[in-house]
Design a protein around this ligand. Structure first.
Ligand code: PBG
Length: 332
């Protein structure tokens, strides 16, 4: 009888050897928790299309911050739910010193200075039309005019104490403009996490429900500024520009359908590459788990581990707290 000299299965035969040769890890320190923030201290509202996710007011935000710290999740990302009457064509609410995001950042940093706070820089929560920038009479999103507003928004976040500003708008040249303004205003250590490779994806549906931009957006698409899902080289081009303009970290979004992009970017640039496991990716797993078709906990861990294996140093995910709990209980 012939036999194989090399048996990869030998290493898989024992738990100890599987652990010894494991190439990728997933820990709470790799996770960022996104939070939908309401302007009403005690409010809590479930998001129907995202089981386990709530929109929260100040009290809920503090409770979440405490859980992050207790579980070892290093940072949260804030997404405001802006009431329709505060939206406008000029998105003036976006840079108001006393706006919801600015107040939330101040409150969080005063109470939990060690928790990293990341803010989203984009106009979609604030525009009456739900697009990420200012538009002309044809509905086209104007680049340079939008960048001016994004700079004001980013500066207002930095002044409130945000550790990381994260432009997710996909306008050209905004990283350089924001970096220049931060330097000029003495915010030298404010980090920029650039959504450099953000695709015009249909996986954002539940998020747009959660922040209420779906209704304003109607049928308009974001293809004139977000990337074509068919493109990969273009992502490298975008990332190269943003790093040159002063980005500290790069975000790829969505995550699972774009693992190849994460891999190419992290190989090519060696700069911190993060991934956003977006609302639709989360909702799919939750929906299948609710039907009893998949083991929800296990597929979530496997998905996040795969994103890490592709080269992401950290993952923004709505499952961050649940997964951090799973990891803690496993190691207990
Ligand atoms: C837009 C923005 C989007 C998400 C976060 N900020 C996408 C969009 O509406 O184009 C989606 C995140 C998710 O789906 O979880 N600035």
């Amino acid at each position: 009888m012939s036999f194989p000299l090399t048996r990869p299965r030998r290493l898989r035969a024992h738990a100890f050897s599987r652990r010894l040769v494991r190439e990728t890890t997933l820990t709470p320190a790799d996770l960022i928790y996104p939070v939908f923030v309401l302007d009403d201290d005690q409010a809590r509202e479930p998001v129907a299309s995202m089981p386990g996710v709530e929109r929260v007011g100040r009290d809920g935000l503090f409770a979440i911050a405490e859980r992050c710290l207790a579980l070892g999740v290093p940072a949260i990302a804030l997404f405001p739910v802006v009431p329709a009457e505060r939206k406008s064509d000029g998105a003036e609410e976006a840079w108001r010193e006393d706006g919801l995001v600015q107040r939330s950042v101040r409150a969080l940093k005063a109470r939990f200075p060690e928790l990293g706070v990341i803010t989203d820089v984009a106009l979609d929560p604030y525009t009456s039309h739900g697009l990420d920038g200012l538009i002309d009479e044809t509905g086209y999103v104007l680049n340079d005019e939008t960048v001016e507003v994004l700079v004001r928004q980013a500066i207002s976040h930095a002044e409130a104490g945000a550790d990381v500003v994260a432009p997710s708008d996909m306008m050209d040249g905004r990283i350089g403009a924001i970096r220049g303004a931060l330097e000029a205003k003495d915010h030298r250590n404010t980090l920029i996490l650039s959504y450099a490779a953000k695709y015009a994806s249909s996986f954002y549906g539940p998020f747009r429900d959660a922040v209420g931009s779906a209704a304003s957006l109607g049928k308009s698409g974001k293809e004139s500024f977000q990337m074509d899902p068919a493109n990969s080289d273009e992502a490298l081009h975008e990332v190269g520009l943003d790093l040159e303009e002063g980005a500290d970290m790069i975000m790829v979004k969505p995550a699972l359908p774009y693992l190849d992009i994460i891999r190419r970017i992290s190989d090519e640039f060696g700069a911190p590459t993060l991934a956003y496991h977006v609302s639709g990716e989360y909702a799919m797993l939750k929906a299948a788990a609710a039907q009893g078709w998949l083991d929800g906990d296990k597929v979530m861990l496997e998905s996040l581990l795969s994103i890490r294996r592709a080269g992401a140093c950290a993952i923004l995910t709505y499952a961050a707290l649940d997964v951090a709990e799973q990891l803690r209980d496993r190691n207990a």
